[in-house]
Design a protein around this ligand. Structure first.
Ligand SMILES: C[S@@+](CC[C@H](N)C(=O)[O-])C[C@H]1O[C@@H](n2cnc3c(N)ncnc32)[C@H](O)[C@@H]1O
Length: 208
């Protein structure tokens, strides 16, 4: 199932790669892995969607590989035809083999994309996440608050807080006041930091 107005969101996202590189790779993955000496990291992605963030993380991890356990949550997976029409591998001048593998692997079980990268895709709603102290880093990439206000709430952020290990970090492209207040009210410490090109700010939230 794909809801038409969401489709629009994917395609109207100009500069999706530049934005994802800034928000999730630079301010999430690089921030977390360079602030401590890690040999592994577990990442939860809220909204697997096109797999772009997953693919960018995979490519980034090739530079100085550590073991990545990546879990992507998605209630409405893309059709394979839609996936094939995405040009991320050529845009990123990289092989499409791992990208297609990310989409072809079965749901609900862990698969190896390469020797350092394990991916588990879970087909479920964000409200059904019940992990506890499991993840180092969350990429919170839900559609915006105007499209899906119910996802930027205390109820959902409580699940995020619980899913993170102490010391864990959540990054999101959003910086609006109500999302910030909801994050703080469930226990996060929140920084507004410079956003990607065209967006003044984004947020990074910490479970201390
Ligand atoms: C902004 S998109 C994610 C983009 C994705 N991170 C990427 O790299 O392409 C948000 C995703 O959340 C999914 N979604 C929306 N509501 C959801 C819900 N309640 N539970 C699970 N997935 C949901 C949508 O289908 C969509 O793929």
């Amino acid at each position: 199932m794909q809801i038409p107005e969401w489709n629009e969101q994917y395609h109207s996202k100009h500069g999706a790669v530049a934005e994802a590189l800034h928000v999730f790779i630079k301010e999430g993955f690089q921030y977390y892995t360079t602030s401590q000496n890690l040999d592994k990291i577990s990442i939860l992605e809220i909204g697997f969607g096109t797999g772009l963030n997953c693919f960018l993380t995979f490519l980034e991890n090739k530079n100085n590989p550590i073991r990545v356990q990546y879990t992507g949550i998605e209630a409405f997976p893309l059709e394979f035809l839609e996936v094939q029409s995405l040009n991320f591998p050529s845009l990123l001048k990289s092989s499409e083999v791992p990208f297609l593998k990310m989409h072809n692997i079965p749901w609900e079980e862990q698969s190896s994309i390469d020797s350092h990268f394990q991916l588990t895709k879970l087909k479920r709603r964000f409200s059904e996440i019940n992990s506890e102290d499991e993840f180092d880093l969350i990429y919170f990439d839900a559609f915006g608050i105007r499209v899906q206000p119910e996802l930027w709430t205390e109820e959902i952020f409580k699940l995020m807080y619980k899913a993170l290990k102490p010391g864990g970090v959540l990054v999101t492209y959003a910086a609006n006041g109500s999302a910030k207040r909801a994050l703080i009210s469930v226990g996060f410490e929140v920084d507004r930091i410079p956003g990607p090109p065209g967006k003044r700010e984004m947020m990074r939230a910490y479970k201390r």
